[in-house]
Design a protein around this ligand. Structure first.
Ligand SMILES: [Zn+2]
Length: 449
């Protein structure tokens, strides 16, 4: 393919918003130029007043294939991603079977992904009890980093790690230079609260919220910061839900510890006071906390204590949400939001005075840095892949099942009116999604360094 110019009056780069064009050839961005500098010999797509953002990067997705394809899968997750403006996903090492805790499981994942992906993808590897000997091999085989749980993850094939397990694994993780992503809740406070609430009414959201106290996150984060100081590995806290940990994280950064933090759209949009009893579509762990906490998370994002925002897309079949029983204890914890995350974020961010470059930094540039793919992903800049999303920030819409695109149309956002519509998504220069329709073949491939 020859040189193409993608023109917008609102081009979103790290430097800000301006009128200009992305010049792309083959897979790559050759230059970002002012309108007057568009060469006369190239094909032009003019998006007018619609914004042009870098394709979003989601470093926290549960694709669940192979092994739990009835929950989600490469085809459905990557379609939802393309519809949501994402062009790169990094898959968590669970809830697929086998879990991605050794090289043969990674090979099985690659086989499962073949010819199914609408966007690019890569894998995190798992750190579980007893798999220290796999860590170096997984890094060599191409995982972008590692993930562990400090609390039971809700499935049996992926074991949580205790401090002793971490002490065995951390020197090896540090040697790879790759980040360790940590689900930071300690079982002590969770188990004690759950036991205390054994006879409580589990159809009530307040019971579930009480069963996963802030203290579980806070203690876990303190333990991880201390281990980070000791072993010097790159620590990343996934889905921060409590604002109470922000002070500790601020101090850790000031001290120079290599720690980064993410949160998710649901923690920044939903609030415990408005989750109705039985609404298990809002169950996730750590839980959605109260209004005041939500505002403090926004403050953390504003101050840069929270680095970025990812979906933690984690779907399941409808039966597992236990809607009939309305049981928060047994229901699967996970929210799927690949197709809606940008609109959810923009709805909230634009009301708080944030701009499109802020959103692009949180949802594209920074997650790409965590995954180590920032030389090719996460920015509209020369040398990057021509991954782009055309976004109408003024348009509003109501969330319907038809707009979700992941396997099972369950979402806490159904029926909500959101601001900002993904008009088109381009993967490496090729149109893959436009106005509700997918184009061409699934051209997504694994990102390799
Ligand atoms: Zn997750």
């Amino acid at each position: 393919m020859g040189l193409q110019a993608f023109v917008s009056r609102r081009l979103v780069t790290s430097e800000g918003v301006r009128s200009g064009a992305v010049l792309a050839e083959d897979d790559q961005i050759r230059a970002v130029v002012a309108p007057a500098s568009i060469p006369s010999n190239c094909a032009v797509e003019d998006f007018g007043n619609a914004a042009l953002l870098p394709g979003l990067v989601d470093s926290h997705v549960h694709i669940n294939e192979p092994g739990r394809t009835e929950w989600e899968g490469f085809r459905t997750a990557t379609r939802a991603a393309a519809a949501g403006g994402y062009t790169m996903l990094v898959d968590m090492p669970l809830n697929c079977v086998p879990a991605t805790t050794n090289v043969s499981a990674l090979t099985a994942k690659r086989t499962a992904a073949r010819d199914q992906c609408w966007v690019d993808w890569a894998s995190w590897g798992g750190v579980v009890q007893g798999n220290q000997s796999e860590i170096a091999a997984l890094a060599t085989a191409g995982v972008l980093g590692f993930k562990c749980f400090l609390v039971h993850p809700g499935i049996e094939e992926f074991t949580m790690v205790r401090e002793s397990d971490l002490r065995a694994a951390l020197p090896l993780v540090a040697q790879t230079g790759l980040p360790l992503l940590v689900h930071a809740e300690l079982p002590g406070p969770v188990n004690a609260a759950t036991e205390r609430l054994r006879n409580a009414d589990w159809s009530r959201y307040s019971t579930y919220l009480e069963s996963r106290p802030d203290e579980a996150e806070l203690q876990a984060i303190r333990m991880m910061l201390s281990l980070c100081r000791e072993y010097g590995f790159r620590l990343h806290i996934v889905h921060l839900a409590t604002a109470k940990a922000l002070e500790d994280l601020k101090a850790a950064r000031k001290e120079g510890l290599p720690v980064t933090v993410e949160t998710c759209p649901h923690y920044l949009h939903l609030e415990a006071e408005k989750v109705g009893d039985g609404e298990t579509q809002c169950k996730c762990a750590p839980p959605i906390r109260g209004h005041k906490n939500r505002e403090l998370l926004w403050q953390g994002l504003r101050e840069g204590m929270i680095d970025f925002v990812v979906t933690d897309h984690s779907p399941c079949p409808p039966a597992m949400k236990r809607f009939g029983a309305a049981n928060f204890l047994d229901a699967w914890g996970g929210i799927a939001s690949l197709s809606m995350a940008l609109a959810v974020m923009w709805t909230e961010a634009s009301q708080r005075g944030f701009t499109l470059p802020d959103v692009a930094r949180w949802m594209s540039e920074k997650p790409a840095q965590l995954a180590g793919c920032e030389a090719r992903k996460g920015r509209l800049a020369e040398g990057c892949d021509a991954d782009m999303v055309v976004f109408d920030p003024e348009a509003e819409f109501t969330v319907t099942e038809a707009r979700l695109h992941h396997r099972h149309p369950i979402s806490p956002y159904l029926g909500q009116k959101l601001r900002g519509v993904v008009k088109r998504t381009y993967l490496r220069g090729k149109l893959v999604f436009q106005d509700g329709t997918f184009f061409g073949e699934p051209l997504g491939r694994e990102f390799r360094q």
